[in-house]
Design a protein around this ligand. Sequence first.
Ligand SMILES: Cc1ncc(COP(=O)(O)O)c(C=O)c1O
Length: 459
Amino acid sequence: MKKAVNQGENNRFLFDDNSPSELTRDLLARDAAVFFHQTLSSPVFNAITKAEGAYIYDGSGKKFLDLHGNGVHTVGYNHPALTEAIQKQIEQALTFAPRRFTNQPTVELAEKLAALAPGDLNRVLFCPGGSEAIEMAVMLAKHYTGKWKTLSYYGTFHGAGFQAVSIGADPHFRDGLGPMMPGAIHLELPDYYRNPWGWTNQEQIDDEYLRQLKLQIEYNPEIAALVSEPIFYNSTVPTKYFWENVKALCAEHNIILIFDEIYTAFGRTGKMFAAEHFVTPDVIVIGKGFGGGILPYAGIIGSEKLNVIDHKSIGHYTHEKNPLCASVALAMIQVVERDKLAEHAATLGAYFREGLLDLQEQFPIIGNVSGMGLNLSADLVLDRYSKARAIDQAQNLMNFCMNRGVSFKLIQGNILNLKPALIVTKAEIDFVLETLKAGLNHLYFTPPDFVHNDLYKSF
Ligand SMILES: Cc1ncc(COP(=O)(O)O)c(C=O)c1O
């Protein structure tokens, strides 16, 4: 039988069947001593020594199938086609482009994105990170419309910069900072499972959220942009009806619809862009996997009509046209296309979802399964009537899975968020489902105190 987890000072991340290596202990201690501490980033629980394919490895050589990856692992880690592209770029001695010099990889990348993006999204701008890309999109919308307010959803995250934090509404990032960006208005995030009215009819729920949106638009004629992920961070998939109506309202009131596809672009939801399931927005924001999980790179892809601000700047970033970043992004897109990873995500995602629904039938603790493609969530509840969040159970389950080599993150404490690299195989999904099933059985048959620990609470 496995031993209980030791939560002693030096063993904070201990797995039930393993102890951290010398290297890991050393790195954890040095990390805690030298980095500024901040919630969600510290303390760290483990040290990574290798990231390859769909897996990460820790200092004890333990291997984890990574269903989190901060969303950068679209084509898996350290993909050979990407490292080769980087090496070639270095050999050509073209690794940076000062402002006002263009270069082949960035132009090719821009053209590729314009060709791939839906509708008339033909103009791009690049920058180092997703937060900056969100800022560029919002500033573009403000310049284009001549208005200054924004609409976005409570509880969301669009980046750690000040404007992005203002648009997002996560208290971890806002509390204590005083006034946020003026005019940042928030709406309730549509929720079909836990909507406040207890309704189950999706169109009725949509109509209520649309009513709230209309009200804000009516009282705030200065709204320049509506910013949202097309599929929400908890894997809730809004209806096409919802997005069609949002788009129509935006068009009617000269509001720029911005889809944050920093997580969902490049195949994760079963299409190259998640927008393709719904409507074409005015701007798509990309990031994370765009840099192939190797380099930071992000950007916006916007409608031709928005190209009207010649005499102002919305994204004067040093690495705007970095050829090294562009070469890795191009290689990433080539891999997604060549290996048909969007189609793979659609097929394997449907299989994974079926497996989760099957577990839901066996285990009442799974109240809801949501998502599409390889972007899925399972919502753990204390009972299906109250839908109260099963926080301790979710943490125990996550810890159980971590111990058995499956890494994922929890959202809102109780939602298992399952996003593997798109190169994941059916056998690996079977392994995840078997591990979850073993963990769920373990929850059912083990007294809570025995398995409880909060090692991965903020993982
Ligand atoms: C949906 C979404 N938007 C924006 C961001 C910010 O991206 P970055 O961390 O590259 O600034 C994130 C990062 O987690 C995200 O998940």
